[in-house]
Design a protein around this ligand. Structure first.
Ligand code: AMP
Ligand code: ZN
Length: 468
């Protein structure tokens, strides 16, 4: 399996730190609003990376934080006249709903920055002790030049940063030893959430959060650290500096970054105001369509959001779901149970689709080509099955389709949820059909319910139902 490492700027063979295990950290959103579909891109992409590792038999420890203390959260809380905690809790809950809709698996752990302050104070203390950080008037800064490898991820040279990219430097902070130094801890301002610390009552800088949460839940060294490409500098560069200076070890082996989701070829972002929330999209489309759309491009290619592409994704997804439903339909009506010799031979040929799928995914998670392999397989299913196919053969094809689409987080065999009141209504209708001696209709209703996993029992007290 090869993956593109931002650190080396090339594709590398994946070798886990511990055999059969993957330790993975993905920077999560700052929670002050509904997430937009740009934020959804890393969620979907890295959930798919996780699923593929799991498909390959790895045990994945997947940690993704929520940044729940930040200037933007505080600003929103002040606007609404509520606490910052209320704002962040509300949008964490909303974000989790969106993730569920997009079939993004919950992380093994979703740490909250506000619950990890002790660990941050500890790491900042270590950095001061080791000479990598210093305090001035209550603020603690990281001494950037002290960390010799600074710039290794973003491939930036410190002197260029200083002379050429002045806009990156924060002005008005004369107390810093060097303009490149960044904040680890800052004093509280009026009305802001704050915690006691050895330096002042205050709150952590953003970068230290991830270094600490990653260490606590995954250990000092991890396999993969991921996020959107805007995080390469300064966020991930600073995380490396903090973690490697504090722990004296390489932090993450592989750094993965998704390209932007654009709209009219500009990055979708809250600040530009050109965003669409996942919630808005869900009013128009099943979020499976959004997921399919995101995976239709390679994660390192920019992807432009458009109504046309969403429609194309909807149609593509329908083709796959129709094939799955067709297999189910044939299975229900099949008379032959076991595979014939011809079917055994035919089934053996389906290995080429799995191979094509895995080759694509092994090559830096090329989901676009993996989807093409699924389409080939769908075409095969549609042309190589009919009313005479055996149940076993159809079941095997259906299982394979489900297995491959599940890696992409696409659900093809949706169990239709049926409400108790709808079941009761159908039972009444069935009783009426029986009375009218319309046994065909009565049987059809029984089968429909059976298809949804509901079994009917005719008892002396009337018709009873239970889940199969
Ligand atoms: P934020 O809440 O801004 O820290 O973003 C959370 C995650 O979404 C980070 O990994 C960002 O890199 C990513 N992200 C934000 N906007 C976009 C975008 N337009 N396209 C792709 N990823 C994005
Ligand atoms: Zn982070």
């Amino acid at each position: 399996m090869r993956l593109y490492n931002t650190l080396s700027k090339r594709k590398e063979e994946f070798v886990p730190l511990e055999e059969g295990k993957v330790k993975m950290y993905v920077c999560g959103p700052t929670v002050y609003n509904f997430i937009h579909i740009g934020n959804a891109r890393p969620m979907i992409v890295f959930d798919t990376v996780r699923r593929y590792f799991e498909y390959k038999g790895y045990e994945v420890n997947y940690v993704s934080n929520f940044t729940d203390v930040d200037d933007k959260i505080i600003k929103k809380a002040i606007e609404e006249g509520v606490s910052a905690d209320e704002v962040s809790k509300r949008y964490i809950a909303e974000c989790k709903k969106d993730m569920e809709g997009m079939n993004v698996k919950p992380a093994t752990k979703h740490p909250l920055a506000t619950e990890e302050i002790c660990g941050m104070i500890d790491m900042i203390g270590t950095l001061i002790e080791k000479g990598y950080a210093y305090e001035k008037n209550g603020t603690v800064y990281f001494r950037t030049r002290q960390f010799k490898d600074y710039g290794k991820l973003s491939h930036k040279n410190l002197d260029d940063l200083r002379s050429g990219e002045r806009s990156l430097l924060v002005t008005g902070e004369d107390e810093k030893e060097d303009p490149l130094d960044f904040v680890l801890w800052k004093p509280k301002k009026e009305g802001e959430p704050a915690w006691e610390s050895p330096w002042c009552e205050g709150r952590p800088g953003w970068h230290i959060e991830c270094s600490v949460m990653s260490k606590k839940y995954l250990g000092e060294q991890i396999d993969i650290h991921a996020g959107g490409e805007d995080l390469v500098f300064p966020h991930h560069e600073n995380e490396i500096a903090q973690s490697e200076a504090a722990n004296g070890k390489e932090f993450a082996k592989y750094w993965l970054h998704n390209a932007f989701l654009n709209i009219d070829n500009r990055k979708m972002s809250k600040s530009l105001g050109n965003f669409r929330t996942v919630r808005e999209i869900s009013e128009q489309y099943d979020l499976q369509v959004l997921r399919f759309f995101m995976l239709s491009a390679h994660y390192r290619s920019p992807l432009n959001f458009s109504a046309d592409l969403m429609e194309a994704s909807k149609n593509g997804l329908e083709r796959i779901i129709n094939a799955a439903e067709n297999l189910k339909f044939l299975m229900k009506n099949a008379s032959a149970e076991e595979m014939s010799e011809a079917e055994k031979e035919a089934y053996a040929q389906t290995g080429v689709f799995t191979e094509k799928f895995e080759t694509a995914m092994d090559d830096d998670f090329n989901t676009a080509d993996a989807i093409a392999a699924i389409f080939d397989f769908v075409k095969y299913c549609n042309t190589n099955t009919n009313a005479k196919s055996s149940k076993e053969y159809l079941q095997k094809l259906s299982d394979l389709l489900e297995k491959l689409t599940d890696v992409l987080g696409i659900i093809v065999n949706k169990e239709e949820e049926i409400l108790a009141e709808d079941i009761e209504k159908l039972i009444e209708e069935r009783q009426a059909a029986r009375k009218a001696r319309d046994f065909a209709r009565a049987d059809a209703i029984r089968d429909e319910l059976l298809g949804k996993g509901i079994v009917l029992e005719d008892t002396r007290e009337g018709v009873k139902w239970k889940k199969a």
